[in-house]
Design a protein around this ligand. Structure first.
Ligand SMILES: Cc1cc2nc3c(=O)[nH]c(=O)nc-3n(C[C@H](O)[C@H](O)[C@H](O)COP(=O)(O)OP(=O)(O)OC[C@H]3O[C@@H](n4cnc5c(N)ncnc54)[C@H](O)[C@@H]3O)c2cc1C
Length: 373
């Protein structure tokens, strides 16, 4: 039996489900394929900026009535081991969600047909459409399978090969009554700890009764040791009065300036982590993932059924317009030692922490939310 659709989206994470949602009134028949069943876990700190909720028109009251939605009103930042700076906003400037819940909510809300527990295996060209896994016929295939998206491979990406990725590990678990008493992290105030060599940062983030702890850096060297040292540090500092017994889980992803992945092919587009769109300083990937979906949706609607590469090309232009052209392999002209020295000084400065680190790097307040048309 062959399944037919206009648009097959491979991957039901935030980028895939947002694309389906943005195309809900287009008259196109949309099918989402994912190798997992939902709800499913995703390695992530689960921090989303308000722009995400606005662009996706999420009803916050409705969402929070059934899911964890932790309002964030302040941040603590520091170079790991140095004194921290508190940046207090006195209003909600961001949110904590659980990816298990958030991704399932977005997928269900998209209204698209789904083909879950179905790993993508192959795609072959047949006249003007693709035959995927030998059983789904689609006019357009959209790769939304995250960093290891199999459709990206189809467009020539050698996954896991010669790409400068962020390697990260995190753990998320529900605090029991005893642990709640022994946890001094404030729920509305995530703590960010920049590594002394400025190669990344660690975080400790309480959301409701859950806690998320992790560390990401721009190389994989001794990652588990760095993560363990950070967990020990939190205990020494009295932030956690207990050992973390849950297993840290790892994942890699690309920052937007470092990505050299192809974006388009005839009747194929890639969105979200599949092309590497995460913001360079914060590693926030959900916002650009859903924004790329909204841009892709516009182009798909404008294409009027002609999904040739030439017709889809404006998608690339819109991505570059919003995020700049990636510059993989570009070297910084500032010597590393100087960068570290200045970086640590600046991280101890309250003005810099508020206006640059949090407002610009982490909240991206300088960029208005993308509106879905
Ligand atoms: C440790 C860590 C912490 C992070 N913290 C944050 C954060 O706090 N805030 C933030 O904004 N970003 C964060 N990110 C980045 C964020 O997780 C990603 O940018 C975001 O998930 C990208 O969404 P996506 O839909 O493109 O891909 P994904 O969320 O990865 O979804 C891809 C989907 O494709 C499916 N899939 C994969 N392969 C196949 C296949 N072969 N066949 C079928 N389906 C397949 C998967 O099952 C999955 O459901 C973090 C990343 C890491 C690693």
């Amino acid at each position: 039996m062959t399944e037919q659709c206009d648009v097959l989206i491979v991957g039901g994470g935030p980028s895939g489900s947002s694309l389906a949602w943005a195309l809900r009134d287009s008259g196109l028949d949309i099918l989402i394929m994912d190798k997992k069943s939902f709800p499913r876990d995703k390695v992530c700190a689960g921090w989303v900026t308000p722009a995400v909720m606005e662009s996706l028109q999420v009803d916050l009251e409705d969402y929070s009535s059934k899911h964890v939605l932790q309002p964030i009103t302040s941040f603590q930042t520091s170079a790991l081991g140095d004194a921290s700076v508190q940046t207090e906003y006195g209003e909600v400037v961001s949110y904590g969600i659980r990816r298990r819940e958030f991704d399932d909510y977005l997928l269900q809300r998209s209204g698209a047909r789904t083909l879950l527990e179905t790993p993508f295996k192959s795609m072959e060209r047949e006249d003007d459409h693709w035959l995927v896994n030998g059983e789904v016929r689609a006019k357009l295939v959209v790769g939304a399978g995250g960093h290891f998206c199999p459709v990206a491979r189809q467009l020539g990406t050698k996954l896991g090969h010669k790409e400068k990725v962020v390697a990260a590990q995190e753990v998320e678990f529900e605090l029991n009554e005893e642990q709640k008493k022994q946890c001094s992290l404030k729920a509305d105030e995530p703590e960010l700890y920049f590594l002394k060599d400025l190669s990344g940062y660690a975080w400790a983030f309480r959301k409701g009764d859950y806690i998320n702890i992790g560390l990401g850096r721009d190389d994989n060297h001794k990652l588990s040791e760095h993560v363990q040292a950070f967990a020990d540090y939190l205990k020494e500092q009295g932030k956690l009065g207990f050992d973390i017994t849950e297993r840290f889980k790892g994942h890699a992803y690309l920052l937007q300036p470092d990505s050299s992945r192809e974006i388009l092919e005839d009747n194929v587009m890639l969105i979200g982590d599949a092309i590497g769109l995460a913001y360079a300083q914060s590693g926030e990937g959900i916002r650009p993932a859903i924004e790329s979906s909204l841009m892709a949706a516009e182009i798909i609607k404008e294409a009027n059924g002609d999904y040739s590469k030439a017709r889809l090309e404006p998608y690339r232009d819109r991505l570059y317009e919003r995020y700049g052209k990636p510059r993989p392999g570009a070297k910084s002209w500032i010597p590393q030692g100087f960068k570290q020295f200045i970086g640590r000084k600046l991280l101890g400065n309250t003005w810099f922490s508020r206006h640059v680190v949090i407002d610009r790097w982490f909240l991206h307040r300088q960029q208005a939310p993308l509106q879905s048309k």
